[in-house]
Structures are given as structure tokens and as C-alpha cells.
Design a protein around this ligand. Structure first.
Ligand code: C2E
Ligand code: MG
Ligand code: MG
Length: 536
């Protein structure tokens, strides 16, 4: 594949469409170990612009790759059970859905929930609870067919994906096999524990999204629980109430948007040495009439399933740039803080993105160098060629790119060399977990190394304590954001902070922003629901 890409680009370079390419290549060292290199190739031309020769520079990236692989493994697996985690499951399911549509095959998702697991935790303690979960995972894994995917969805929930089914009853056979692993008691230490489970099954032949399918499985699971547990239920469309609820929610979101209930808040990004605000991240807020502040991980994924995401995205860009332009006269420093705006994958691949950005910058006389667009690794994963083209046009415009939640995806290093982001924002889970394992700090160090090798600034997210701050400083981190400094605040409050810079970071962090309790119906609404637990 690398070779095809390289050939393709060579043609483009000769045609004058591209000035430089990067690609990675694998070699076998004479002592037997594998060496990965990154090749950067440019074309030298004579005065008449006639191609003369290629200039190749080769860099050994073996260690960076292995660090990245470690990061990916940690990001994609559940540490307790070793199973895939929900991020990996989401990816597998998304790909399986695309295949199912194309090949007209049926797939099934089984949501497995342990019955009364809480009682085990309460009676025997968390250690026994954890050991039981690990043993359940081991037995479920043994009952998993080759080619199927099993993941720990969180808590005492597991997800199972099976592709290429010819009829419904095959999914039921799988459910029976999975339930049979609970027939024998579990021996944990000195205890012999009986544990049962319930399963909700949703099947489809494509045409459904990840969120919808999980919601169907969840609805079926509730039915199995209602019917007395220790059984499975297959989703039927009559159980549709909750699904239609989602459509209602999108309509409600649209109405809120039209009546100005969606707004932007801003979280400072600070220089960790001086506590000066160097930038701000614009984060969207929904002021819901009944639920209060609804966090974006609930409604952004919903909006992404409709055209509404483009309206919300344009709003975020206009609002952030125009408000940031208005801070200009308040901040006397030469270096004005930059503003970062999150883009969802659909926005990033929107053919009108560039013209929209130009328009906003011009309308507000805003320097392109002060605008940063945040995208997640998933954006590159969708279509790397198109992402590279967009990234390069943004660069030409002077607008920078940041990779958000860095380390939670599993893009290869070559993706980043192609996108050439100016900023890597490392996911808050790395900061949270740094003290949990011996590996935690090493991973943070690895990320800095990768950032340096990509010539990118690394920003640590989710700094909540002074201990975390000190550790990050010690590891060479220069920039960060988090509740220790400030949560996201309305523009007016931010102006106050900019005037009284630097931001003070007391020993006790300011309280996290108030967010609405997520109503149960929204539970599976978000592909980013994993963030819910972390961010609340
Ligand atoms: P993100 O871009 O990774 O934003 C960081 C999230 O971490 C924000 O949550 C922020 O409030 C939260 N956070 C900041 N400091 C801390 C901390 O110290 N501890 C903890 N636990 N959390 C902290 P928020 O605002 O709920 O946003 C969640 C996600 O929603 C964002 O993640 C981003 O992916 C998405 N999002 C937000 N605004 C927009 C938008 O305008 N457009 C798009 N497409 N997505 C957006
Ligand atoms: Mg962000
Ligand atoms: Mg982030």
C-alpha cells in the first residue's frame, strides 16, 4: 500500500501537483530486526522547471512506531479483562455496518449485562468483583467464534459483534452459547459465586448507524431484564419508543439552535511555566429548558447524524472567531491568544469548509494564524487522502490544525506526518491514569517524543490537580488546559481572566462546570459516551 501511495504521489509531483511527499517503509536489518523509516521525497527542478532528480531523506522511526503501538494498545483495550474496549468495538462495528450494506449480509450486536452484579461488589468487595469480571470475560472469550468481536463496554456490560449471518436464529444460537458460560459457578478465591446474565440482541443488514443499533440492543436488554433476567430478547420494532425519542431529540436541538439556546464557552489553554493564557478552546453548550446544561458529547453525535451538524459547526466557527476578535483590544500582549474550534469529521470533509473559513476570517479581520481547528484521529481514518488535501489547503491559508484526543485512536504515524498538525492535544485519560500504572508516565513521555518528532506542540488536557501539573512540567510539557486553571466559561468571564492574566491555579481546582444529569434515554446517544464518565 505504501508503495502504491508513493508511486501515485511521484506521478503527482512530476505533474507539479505536489511539492513533497512523506511515506513509511519497512526494512529488515541484517541482524534480523525490523526497521521502520519515514521517507520524505521532494523533486529538484532546473531553471526551466524541468524535473531533474528526487531528493530523498530517510529517518528511522522504529522507536516512535513501537511507542505508538503501545499507546494504541492501551487506548483500545480494557486493562482489567484485556478485551477490546468500546472505542475499538465502535470502529469494528462501523466497518461491519458498511460491509453489511455493501454485501447485503446480516450482522448482530449482543449487549450482555450481568444480573445483580452490584450485589457481588457490595457483599464481597471490589477485588472479588473485578476478579469475577475478569473470569466472566475469559469464559465469554472462549465462547467467541473466530472472526467475531467481544468487548467490555464498561462496568458489567459486554458487547459481542457477529457478521455474515444468514438469519435471525443464528444470533439466538450465539446468545444461548454465551448464556451457557454462566451455567457453572465461578470460583473466585475461596468463594463459589453464581452469576447470571441477560442479553439484548439487535440485528440489521446495514442501513442503521452505530448509535441506533446499540440503542436497539439496549432496548431489547431492558425487555429481557423486565421478563425476569437470565435470558435474551431479540429487538423488535414495536420496542421503538426510545429510538423515536432520538428523532425527537434532534428536533428539539434544532429548535434550541433556532432560539439561541446553543452558545459557546471558552476554556483557557495555558503556558504551564507562566500560567499565561496562550489560547482558548471554544466548546459548545446547550442550555436546555428542562435539563440545564447538556454536555456536547450528548448532542454533537446526534447532530452528526443529520445536516444540523453543519449549522452547528458554522455557528461555532462564526461565534468563536467573532468573539475572539473582540478580545483583541483587551489583551495588550503582543502574542494574542489563539482560538481553537472543534470540527466533526463531516465538517472536515465538507467541500465548502475552506470557503467558509475564509469568509469568517475576512468578515472579522481575524489573522488566520490565530485560528486552530481541532480534529480527532478518526478524521484521518475516514479518508486519509482527502484529509491530507484539506490539511494542506488549511496550511496554505495559514490556519493550523490540532489533533484532538491524541492517543485514543490508532492512526499510524504516517497519517500524522501527512496531516502535519501544529498541535497534539493528548487525551485527558492519559493525564488521569498517569499515576495508576508504572507505564503511565512512560506513555506521557512517549507522546512528547512523538510531538517533537512531528514538530508539533503538545497540549495536555484535563489537568485537575497540582500533582498532575508538576508531573507534566517534569516530563517537559509546556502547555495544558484543565479545571485546575479554569473550566470553559462564557466570553465575558474569559475577558476578565485575560485582563487579569496570568491565571492563578490554587491548590484546590475550581469546581467543574455544571452539566445536566444525562437522562437515561440519551445514554447510548453518543459514540463519545465514553467521555461522559471521564468528563463529569
Ligand atoms: P474535547 O475537544 O476533547 O474537549 C475537552 C473536554 O474536556 C471538554 O468537555 C472540557 O470541558 C473537558 N475538560 C476540560 N478540562 C477538564 C478537566 O480538567 N477535567 C475533566 N474531567 N474534563 C475537562 P466538553 O465541553 O463537554 O466537550 C466534550 C467534547 O465535545 C469535546 O471534547 C469535543 O470533542 C466536542 N465538542 C465540544 N464543542 C464542540 C463543537 O463546537 N463542535 C464539535 N464538532 N465538537 C465539539
Ligand atoms: Mg477539543
Ligand atoms: Mg480533547
Amino acid at each position: 500500500m505504501d508503495r502504491d501511495i508513493a508511486n501515485n504521489w511521484t506521478v503527482r509531483m512530476l505533474a507539479g501537483e505536489q511539492s513533497e511527499v512523506f511515506y513509511t517503509k519497512r526494512f529488515l536489518h541484517k541482524d534480523g530486526h525490523v526497521v521502520w523509516v519515514e521517507v520524505s521525497r521532494s523533486l529538484a527542478r532546473d531553471e526551466a522547471s524541468k524535473p531533474q532528480y528526487f531528493i530523498n531523506s530517510v529517518r528511522d522511526i522504529t522507536e516512535e512506531r513501537s511507542l505508538l503501538a503501545q499507546l494504541s494498545h492501551q487506548a483500545l483495550h480494557d486493562p482489567l479483562t484485556g478485551l477490546a474496549n468500546r472505542i475499538m468495538f465502535e470502529d469494528r462495528l462501523t466497518q461491519a455496518l458498511a460491509r453489511a450494506s455493501r454485501e447485503n449480509k446480516r450482522l448482530a450486536v449482543l449487549l450482555i449485562d450481568l444480573d445483580e452484579f452490584k450485589d457481588i461488589n457490595d457483599t464481597f468487595g471490589h477485588q472479588v468483583g473485578d476478579d469475577l469480571l475478569a473470569e466472566v470475560a475469559r469464559r465469554l472469550k472462549q465462547a467467541t467464534r473466530a472472526g467475531d468481536t467481544l468487548c467490555r463496554f464498561g462496568g458489567d456490560e459486554f458487547l459481542y459483534l457477529s457478521e455474515g449471518l444468514t438469519n435471525h436464529s443464528e444470533a439466538e444460537t450465539i446468545a444461548e452459547r454465551l448464556l451457557s458460560v454462566f451455567d457453572e459457578p465461578f470460583i473466585i478465591g475461596e468463594e463459589s459465586l453464581s452469576q447470571a446474565a441477560s442479553i439484548g440482541i439487535a440485528t440489521c443488514q446495514g442501513g442503521k448507524g452505530f448509535v441506533e443499533l446499540l440503542r436497539d440492543a439496549d432496548t431489547a436488554l431492558s425487555d429481557a431484564k423486565r421478563q425476569g433476567k437470565n435470558r435474551y430478547t431479540v429487538f423488535r420494532p414495536e420496542m421503538h419508543d426510545q429510538v423515536s425519542n432520538r428523532i425527537g431529540l434532534v428536533q428539539e436541538l434544532r429548535r434550541s439552535f433556532d432560539s439561541d439556546k446553543i452558545l459557546m464557552h471558552y476554556q483557557p489553554i495555558v503556558d504551564l511555566a507562566t500560567s499565561q493564557t496562550v489560547g482558548v478552546e471554544a466548546l459548545m453548550r446547550w442550555n436546555h429548558p428542562e435539563h440545564g446544561w447538556v454536555p456536547p458529547y450528548v448532542f454533537i453525535p446526534l447532530a452528526e447524524q443529520s445536516k444540523l451538524i453543519f449549522d452547528l459547526g458554522s455557528f461555532a466557527l462564526h461565534q468563536a472567531v467573532s468573539e475572539a476578535a473582540s478580545w483583541r483590544h483587551l489583551d495588550q500582549r503582543e502574542e494574542q491568544p489563539y482560538v481553537t474550534v472543534n470540527l466533526s469529521p463531516r465538517q472536515f470533509h465538507d467541500p465548502d469548509l475552506l470557503s467558509k473559513i475564509k469568509e469568517v476570517l475576512e468578515a472579522n479581520e481575524f489573522a488566520p494564524g490565530r485560528l486552530v481547528l481541532e480534529i480527532t484521529e478518526g478524521v484521518a481514518f475516514v479518508d486519509i487522502d482527502s484529509a491530507t488535501r484539506v490539511a494542506s489547503r488549511l496550511r496554505q491559508l495559514g490556519v493550523s490544525l490540532a489533533i484532538d484526543d491524541f492517543g485514543t485512536g490508532y492512526s499510524s504515524l504516517s497519517y500524522f506526518t501527512l496531516l502535519r498538525p501544529s498541535i497534539l492535544k493528548i487525551d485527558q485519560s492519559f493525564v488521569n491514569r498517569a499515576h495508576d500504572s508504572a507505564n503511565g508516565e512512560r506513555l506521557l513521555e512517549a507522546i512528547i517524543t512523538i510531538g517533537n518528532s512531528l514538530d508539533a506542540i503538545v497540549v495536555a488536557e484535563g489537568i485537575e490537580t497540582t500533582t498532575q501539573l508538576e508531573m507534566l512540567r517534569g516530563l517537559g510539557y509546556n502547555f495544558g488546559q484543565g479545571y485546575l486553571f479554569s473550566p470553559a466559561v462564557p466570553s465575558a468571564d474569559l475577558v476578565g481572566m485575560l485582563e487579569s492574566a496570568p491565571i492563578s491555579c490554587g491548590v484546590s481546582p475550581p469546581p467543574p462546570p455544571h452539566v445536566a444529569t444525562i437522562p437515561i434515554d440519551y445514554r447510548l446517544a453518543s459514540s463519545a459516551a465514553r467521555k461522559a464518565k471521564r468528563s463529569l
